[in-house]
Design a protein. Structure first.
Length: 201
């Protein structure tokens, strides 16, 4: 037998003698020879299903309830946040609601007989575009651009959108308590302020 073949046959049992299988050897090599890396996520965090736990973090690792009391406080916070979100949407709709009024030269209800006849002829020729034009001109006439108003409108949208994204992240934790807390806040906010404005989603 060739000497090179004897050397290979003698070197092969060394791996099995030490208890290392080829797969474990490859795993060790893939992790830089340091062995398997520890997994920090449990099954409740990996599976996309609802679960119940009183130690689920919210928004960051620093906000992790340590027991039933802190978990209940976190759920109450989510109820208040969702309620405030609905109330702010209703207030936004009340304060910044745009009610376009017809322009005298385009609104048949405010036009004279001659202008109304001209409007009918225009409508027969161009269809409904005259109504769209009336609403656009009425909105621009009754709601001119003002820096202070538009800044307040943009800031309100920023706050409302930020709160909405935080509530979405709370629901995406798949924690049953957090999910029900957000739904409870939505119900309470719509119950309190839904009549003051159309609540959008």
């Amino acid at each position: 037998m060739d000497h090179s073949m004897m050397d290979m046959s003698m070197s092969m049992p060394t791996a099995t003698a030490t208890g290392a299988t080829p797969s474990s050897t490859m795993d060790g090599m893939s992790h830089g020879g340091g062995g398997a890396m520890p997994m920090t996520m449990d099954m409740s965090q990996m599976a996309m299903v609802f679960f119940q736990s009183v130690t689920s973090p919210l928004f960051s690792k620093a906000w992790t309830p340590s027991g039933t009391g802190s978990y209940a406080g976190t759920c109450i916070f989510l109820v208040v946040l969702a309620t405030l979100h609905r109330v702010l949407i209703a207030v936004r709709n009340l304060v910044f609601e745009t009610v376009p009024h017809g322009h005298p030269k385009l609104d048949p209800a405010l036009a004279s007989d001659g202008e109304e006849a001209a409007m009918d002829a225009y409508r027969r020729r161009y269809g409904r575009s005259v109504g769209v034009l009336a609403r656009i001109r009425g909105a621009l006439h009754d709601n001119p651009f003002r820096i202070a108003t538009e800044t307040a409108r943009a800031l309100s949208e920023l706050v409302i959108s930020g709160m909405g994204y935080l509530l979405m992240l709370a629901v995406m934790t798949m924690n049953v308590g957090y999910f029900l807390s957000v739904l409870g806040g939505v119900f309470l906010g719509a119950f309190l302020a839904g009549r003051f404005g159309t609540v959008d989603h």
